[in-house]
Design a protein around this ligand. Structure first.
Ligand SMILES: NC(=O)C1=CN([C@@H]2O[C@H](COP(=O)(O)OP(=O)(O)OC[C@H]3O[C@@H](n4cnc5c(N)ncnc54)[C@H](OP(=O)(O)O)[C@@H]3O)[C@@H](O)[C@H]2O)C=CC1
Ligand SMILES: O=C(O)C1=N[C@H](C(=O)O)C[C@H](O)C1
Length: 238
């Protein structure tokens, strides 16, 4: 498969290694404004976008206009997600966005939903989300922490929103910490006077995110439509 890499930083380089190992070819590497590249003869079955929040929308929609399906993991740009979906549908191609591509985190998402459903009537417990990432991270809180909070809100009618660093009773606080080289750690905690329950995912490297993105790219090749990582996992885990 021929892959265009939109963003060639820590994730772009890790994805390149895994893609080459799996027999794919990298036909484009973008690390500045996509409009400065000549895309006339671009030969790519799929584009994988792990860039920066301010560039993601333009990167992704440029590929849709060329009829190229996109897998995107860039966080911090989702105010424009619905517009990106519109452009994708207009050009009859495919799009898969995930705040986290690691298989482990996607299992953790399933646990989070189940636990939120079980805890929804236990008002003696407060709930909070904590994320820890490396100091180079541009966005805060992480996309994964926002996904975790949104899942809790969807499963607990007593919670209506999330807030960074503080929260009212009907909100979920997300605490974002930045420490040296941490690839990504997420914890959901429920606390009462009597006890605490915690679920936690710790990434030991970027390999899991990158491998998940390459698997998603292999899966989306030749498809049309809007997808989630759950669609990919439904096939892998069956
Ligand atoms: N969904 C997931 O599973 C994961 C998501 N992420 C997200 O992926 C994104 C990238 O992460 P990471 O690789 O660690 O970040 P890096 O900062 O290491 O890489 C970002 C890359 O984008 C490049 N870039 C800058 N401007 C543009 C532009 N206009 N168009 C295209 N590329 C550009 C940067 O180039 P230069 O250095 O020259 O500025 C750099 O190479 C982040 O949003 C992060 O949150 C990260 C890990 C997992
Ligand atoms: O910027 C990162 O590094 C990561 N970003 C993603 C996020 O914002 O959730 C996923 C992962 O935790 C690493």
């Amino acid at each position: 498969m021929k892959i265009a890499l939109l963003g060639y930083g820590k994730m772009g380089k890790t994805i390149e290694e895994i893609a080459l190992d799996r027999g794919h070819k990298i036909t484009l590497k973008v690390d500045e404004d996509i409009e400065s590249y000549d895309l006339t003869n671009l030969d790519a079955d799929v584009a994988i976008d792990f860039s920066v929040p301010k560039a993601a929308f333009k990167n992704i929609t440029t590929c849709f206009e060329l009829g190229i399906p996109v897998v995107s993991g860039t966080t911090g740009w989702l105010d424009h997600y619905d517009k990106a979906v519109e452009v994708c549908e207009k050009h009859d191609t495919a799009f898969l966005y995930a705040s986290n591509f690691s298989i482990g985190v996607n299992l953790f998402f399933e646990l989070n939903e189940k636990l939120a459903e079980m805890m929804k009537n236990l008002e003696e417990y407060s709930v909070e989300v904590e994320e820890i990432h490396h100091v180079q991270k541009l966005d805060s809180p992480s996309g994964t922490a926002i996904s975790l909070a949104q899942q809790i809100i969807a499963n607990n009618p007593n919670k209506i929103a999330w807030q960074l660093d503080h929260a009212e009773n009907d909100e979920i606080p997300i605490y974002a910490r930045r420490e040296a080289e941490v690839p990504g750690t997420h914890t959901v905690s429920y606390k009462s006077e009597i006890d605490s329950i915690e679920i936690k995912h710790t990434a030991h490297s970027r390999q899991g995110f990158a491998k998940g993105a390459v698997i998603a790219a292999e899966w989306i090749k030749g498809k049309e439509g809007i997808y989630r990582m759950q669609d990919v996992l439904a096939e892998i885990l069956k």
